[in-house]
Design a protein around this ligand. Structure first.
Ligand SMILES: [Zn+2]
Ligand SMILES: [Zn+2]
Length: 403
């Protein structure tokens, strides 16, 4: 008996599931919830899984772990992840499915990731009897906020009993036309650390700087010197970025030198050793330099996500499978990005592949970037999103089962 599931079958199942996935996406889009507050979202996902007859457990607070056990006996486990949280943004789109909550919006497409994953769950359930192995679904909360919901999913056992042979995750990508997907084997996204710097001086009259210690002048030197850590100390072949996005004096006026200045910034690298060394160099630089100018500085580093490393072999394999499933014209190779993603945590535990899903439709004006108040997607991306992920899982079960 031939149990193999054909790509035509999966493609047609994805087309069939599109209305359901669209309904789910619109419901989630209208009812977004912030990181680690996804209570209604969790309940909604649970209801959909109930409808599909798929067993699940609540995990990581507001997350869900579900499994479809194949009917062909023991085989490998393949895991699929979708993040479920929204952002603190007020939506400006006027679509019927626009956010009903002022100040909260699915502006990073996590509604699409969740709806696609529900679509995959539906497809898997329909071919369950012919699967050899298990497909595990990770509905993950809190991607947008440190420490990242991925750490909670891992802590609560999402990657054990057994450890999956592979993990796939996808993310909407506004630069990419709907129907297309993108892959990048190897290091793909950056580590992200938050920087909080306080420069302490001594306030005084603006006309008598010699009687004060001006923290603004110290800050100006520090910001410039820190950029030289990037241009003069970072190996030019290893991308790194430091950006200060907020500088605020504590007090001060046209004629008043403030006591202190507070800065907030972000630091991105693609190399864990250099990340650690840069942390140290930053501390030495700001404390030494501020001291030499009569003030002091204190740097707090809020450690964020590590760099994201797509397993080379798995990702090349997935790109080949995507080419087979969607056609060569619809699969592109992606450049490295200096943005971060908490999927990165998983990639340091098991072979994983994080790929991009095209959502763009210029003719319909769907071009806004993620994290903007006009972000939207061409919902046909849900068909690609569910279909390709289902295909990768099905193929990986066959493939990993023969290794
Ligand atoms: Zn985001
Ligand atoms: Zn995102």
């Amino acid at each position: 008996m031939n149990d193999s599931i054909s790509k035509i079958e999966v493609a047609s199942a994805a087309a069939d599931i599109l209305p359901l996935a669209t309904t789910a996406r619109r419901h989630l889009h209208q009812n977004p919830e912030l990181s680690f507050e996804e209570f209604e979202t969790q309940a909604y996902i649970a209801r959909q899984l109930d409808n599909l007859g798929i067993p699940y457990q609540k995990i990581a607070g507001t997350g869900i772990l579900a499994e479809v056990l194949g009917g062909r006996g023991n085989g490998p486990t393949v895991a699929l992840r979708g993040d479920i949280d929204a952002l603190p943004i007020t939506e400006r789109n006027t679509a019927t499915y626009a956010s009903k909550r002022i100040g909260v919006m699915h502006a990073c497409g996590h509604d699409v990731h969740t709806a696609s994953l529900l679509g995959v769950a539906g497809i898997m359930q329909s071919v369950k009897n012919r699967l050899k192995g298990t497909v595990r679904f990770l509905f993950q909360p809190g991607e947008e906020k440190l420490p990242g919901g991925a750490t909670h999913m891992i802590r609560d056992g999402a990657l054990i009993n057994p450890t999956p042979a592979a993990l796939f995750g996808q993310h909407v990508h506004p630069p990419l036309e709907v129907g297309k997907v993108g892959f990048r084997p190897g290091i793909y996204m950056a580590s992200t650390d938050e920087l909080f710097l306080t420069v302490q001086g001594r306030g005084g009259h603006g006309a008598m700087p010699h009687l004060a210690v001006d923290p603004i002048v110290i800050t100006a030197h520090l910001v410039t010197a820190i950029q030289q850590l990037i241009s003069r100390n970072t190996d030019p072949t290893l991308p790194a970025v430091i950006t200060f996005g907020k500088i605020e004096s504590a007090g001060g006026a046209t004629n008043v030198i403030p006591n202190a200045v507070n800065l907030q910034g972000t630091m991105r690298t693609l190399n864990e050793e250099w990340r650690k060394e840069l942390h140290e160099r930053l501390k030495v630089l700001v404390t030494g330099m501020a001291k030499s100018m009569g003030g002091s500085a204190e740097l707090t580093i809020n450690h964020g996500y590590p760099f994201l490393k797509n397993d080379e072999v798995l990702t090349r394999w997935a790109a080949d499978e995507a080419t087979d499933f969607l056609g060569a014209d619809n699969v592109v190779e992606l450049p490295i990005r200096m943005t971060g993603e908490d999927f990165a945590f998983y990639t340091h535990h098991l072979p994983a592949c994080f790929y991009r899903l095209g959502v763009r439709n210029e003719a319909r004006g769907i071009v806004s970037n993620v994290h903007t108040d006009t972000f939207d997607v061409d919902e046909r991306c849900l068909e690609t999103g569910a279909g390709l992920m289902a295909w990768l899982a099905i193929r990986q079960l066959e493939f990993a089962g023969t290794r």
